[in-house]
Design a binder for this molecule. Structure first.
Ligand code: ADP
Ligand code: ZN
Length: 738
């Protein structure tokens, strides 16, 4: 007798043992999906271990094995277990991330298509009879006879001009056979990709590529590729993947969700056009059915390249040769729901489990990764030149404090920026304007009594959106009518302050009445196709000025863009977050990188009220190393990551005092036996104290050895009974500190 240890879906994650009936012994393996009895219910579960003996009294047998093969490889299971410890969550939660919902539920199957063919030769007199009495049936028979091969039922009926009843009649008479066949949903059905040949690498690329190949051959350390925007990193990824395929291996290519644009996918599909069907794309717009099919295509080994956002790190590929993480510094690699994993860190881990090469690339590596290269954990590779020796764009800083013309408030588009856009318009070149804030004005206040229109559910001011002529909360979506007099003191002079993309659009349209201006932000891109439409229009020169939020900041490549204007560089600088400077530096560098990707040199204008801030000055000089050095020094001084590991504990409740009290209790308990090297902060209201009607309190811990701390945390949390209306969450390596 053999036994299986399983973890039941939607349980706390405790492991339970069951006996394996002898007839299933060969089918039940680690990673198999099974049904097991739990009290009086049948529940789905995953086998995590096979045992030769078990001392559970009255052990019950597994009731059913689901599917023919295990759906979780040993390495992925190991990854899930590691996540559970590191990110301080139940194994079951970690496994939920590894296996897509649609696969776990097993409710969606493959799509079936009905096809029909003649069941036997049809004698002329039978056909003649049909023609007289049932012309539609005759038409079906004729169409099938002419085709000579099975036809999809829908197509057949259309061609024959017949309906289903006619086909059913033929089927009943035994003249036509109808069969069901399995077809795969293809999210890219009907698109053709023109094959694109590999480019000849320049010297810098060739040197880097050699190192990448060496690592594919014999993986040692993860590689960190620091290559300036436009240095041709993507070409390195493409050729690296080709190398891996030539060796009979497979590859994962992670891109940030926001960069998972048709443009990126096209580039990959074109390069691998000859093996289009071996490329699987995983993104959040897939239907459940498409996700199901793509997953099985990967699991059966029919897809060998997987491109996707963070969850693609769990793609069930075998014989992995390379994992690429493009724009490795991107925050979207961090999942903000449990399990709160970071896909770049899991890429490194999975790479070591699978003994495959890992390539992290960025024009602005995260300080964490850069530090890892400094201490020798990663190998640093560099590309400092743009392809074809195109120059880096010239960055000019506009000091908005000096731009106020004669005492008036400074204009949103400074005079210098206005002139430069004008020049572009005259030369038929394109411009991009960037502002990381949506809406028309960012607050509504009363100059008489100081009233500010705030969200009733969140501790933020409401943003005015003119197109809907409403106030909207950017945190919870609450909307309200904009008053025209102050609700408190009834004064009529209520004022809009601050500005967002909607306002900039209006100003730009007024300044340049002849230009075609388009705005791209979450408000204008509500339709799925809108994004692609605007980008296509921009690429084909039908738009002169593209204005938008971070949607336009990354990964886009337009040769005719020679000017980028950053309307306000300060928006993210003064956030209460230790990464505020790093984020601003990254954003400025990325946005600036959109300029001058063609033959004409690019120019960038950065408008700011704090022009001397290091993040702005280093970005201006394209000085990553300078920025990293100063930022590292500062983090070291304050013991921020990467010099410590951070854990953020949040308590949430609709009752303010209960949220606060729960965190204080936890704080007292944690203090009792805190592991060494751990610094425990004081509980305090979160910077965004109220969100979606819920009060939030924070507690930050810093440590050198995370696993020891999370084990201790799990123990303490398991024993503390919090009130039902208080939720306490643990975020390891947090990125959302508000
Ligand atoms: P990055 O990802 O580093 O920003 P890309 O890979 O997008 O840069 O490359 C920028 C442009 O240069 C792309 O249009 C790409 O096709 C082109 N390119 C890259 N490598 C080469 C090469 N070796 N020869 C010619 N063009 C290249
Ligand atoms: Zn709100």
């Amino acid at each position: 007798m053999k036994f299986a240890r399983v973890i039941v879906d939607q349980s706390g994650g405790a492991a339970l043992d069951y006996a394996i009936p002898p007839e299933w012994e060969s089918r039940v393996q680690t990673g198999s999906r099974v049904t097991v009895p739990v009290r009086h219910q049948e529940r789905q579960a995953t086998v995590v271990e096979l045992l030769d003996e078990s001392n559970v009294p009255g052990i019950r047998p597994i009731s059913k094995v689901v599917g023919d093969r295990p759906i979780l490889s040993a390495n992925l299971l190991r990854l899930a277990r590691w996540m559970a410890v590191y990110y301080c969550c139940p194994v079951e939660t970690a496994m939920r991330a590894v296996l897509p919902q649609v696969i776990r539920k097993g409710a969606v199957g493959f799509k079936q298509r009905l096809s029909a063919q003649l069941a036997r030769e049809i004698a002329p007199e039978v056909l003649a009879e049909l023609e007289r009495r049932a012309p539609k049936q005759a038409s079906i028979v004729e169409t099938l006879a002419e085709a000579g091969t099975p036809l999809a039922v829908t197509a057949l009926l259309k061609m024959a001009g017949a309906d289903r009843a006619a086909l059913t009649a033929l089927h009943r008479k035994g003249l036509v056979a109808v069969e069901s066949e399995r077809v795969e949903r293809d999210p890219h059905e009907g698109e053709t990709f023109v094959a694109a040949a590999p480019l000849t690498l320049n010297e810098e690329q060739a040197a880097v590529f050699e190192k990448v190949c060496a690592s594919i051959e014999k993986p040692e350390k993860p590689l960190l590729l620091h290559g300036v925007t436009g240095s041709g990193k993507t070409e390195i990824y493409l050729q690296g993947i080709q190398r891996v395929l030539d060796r009979g291996q497979s590859a994962i290519m992670l891109v940030p969700e926001i960069a998972l644009t048709p443009q990126t996918v096209e580039r990959f599909k074109s390069r691998f056009a000859a093996m289009q069907h071996e490329v699987a794309v995983l993104h959040s717009h897939l239907s459940e059915g498409e996700r199901h099919d793509e997953w099985h295509k990967i699991n059966n080994g029919r897809a060998r390249i997987v491109i996707g956002a963070r969850s693609a790190i769990f793609a069930p590929l075998e014989k992995l040769g390379l994992i690429v993480v493009d724009e490795e510094h991107e925050n979207s690699y961090k999942q903000e729901d449990p399990p709160r994993y970071h896909a770049r860190d899991l890429a490194v881990l999975r790479g070591s489990f699978e003994h495959c090469a890992v390539l992290l690339g960025s024009a602005t590596p995260s300080l964490e990764s850069f530090h890892n290269s400094v201490i020798g954990k990663y190998q640093l590779l560099r590309m400092a030149q743009r392809v074809d020796d195109r120059k880096m764009p010239l960055i000019r800083i506009i000091d908005l404090r000096l731009d106020s013309n004669g005492g008036e408030a400074p204009s949103i588009i400074s005079e210098k920026l206005r002139q430069s856009i004008d020049e572009r318009l005259a030369r038929k070149e394109q411009s991009i304007l960037f502002l990381n804030r949506r809406g028309f004005s960012t607050s509504l206040s009363c100059p008489a009594c100081g009233y500010v229109a705030e969200c009733p559910n969140c501790s933020v001011a409401l943003t005015f959106h003119r197109s809907e002529s409403r106030l909207i909360c950017h945190i919870c979506g609450h909307t309200a009518v904009a008053p025209n007099r102050c609700p408190e003191c009834k004064e009529a002079g209520i004022k809009f302050a601050g500005f967002g993309t909607e306002r900039v659009e209006e100003i730009v349209a007024k300044l340049f009445p002849k230009a075609v201006v388009r705005r791209m932000d979450a408000d204008t891109m509500t339709r799925k196709e809108a994004y692609r439409e605007v980008l296509t229009a921009f690429r084909t020169g039908k738009i002169d000025i593209l204005l938008g939020t971070q949607m336009i900041a990354k990964g886009l490549h337009f040769p005719n863009v020679t000017l980028v204007g950053i309307v306000n560089a300060d928006t993210g600088l003064h956030m209460p977050d230790f990464r505020a400077g790093e984020r601003t530096f990254q954003l400025l560098t990325q946005v600036a990188g959109r300029a001058g990707r063609g033959d004409v040199e690019g120019e960038v204008f950065v408008q700011s009220y704090t022009p001397h801030h290091p993040a702005i000055q280093f970005a201006r000089h394209h000085d990553y190393d300078g920025f990293a050095e100063q930022e590292t020094e500062w983090r070291k001084q304050w013991d921020y990551p990467p010099f410590s590991k951070m854990v953020l504990i949040t308590s949430r409740s609709t009752h303010q005092e209960r949220a606060a009290f729960s965190l204080e209790t936890l704080h007292r308990r944690l203090k009792e036996a805190l592991p060494p090297d751990t610094v425990l902060g004081d509980p305090a209201p979160a910077p965004l104290e109220k969100s979606h009607g819920t009060y939030r309190f924070h507690l930050i811990l810093r440590t050198q050895t995370i696993q020891r701390l999370t084990r201790y945390l799990s123990e303490v949390l398991a024993k503390l009974p919090f009130p039902d209306d208080v939720t306490v969450t643990v975020d390891v390596d947090p990125y959302q500190l508000l």
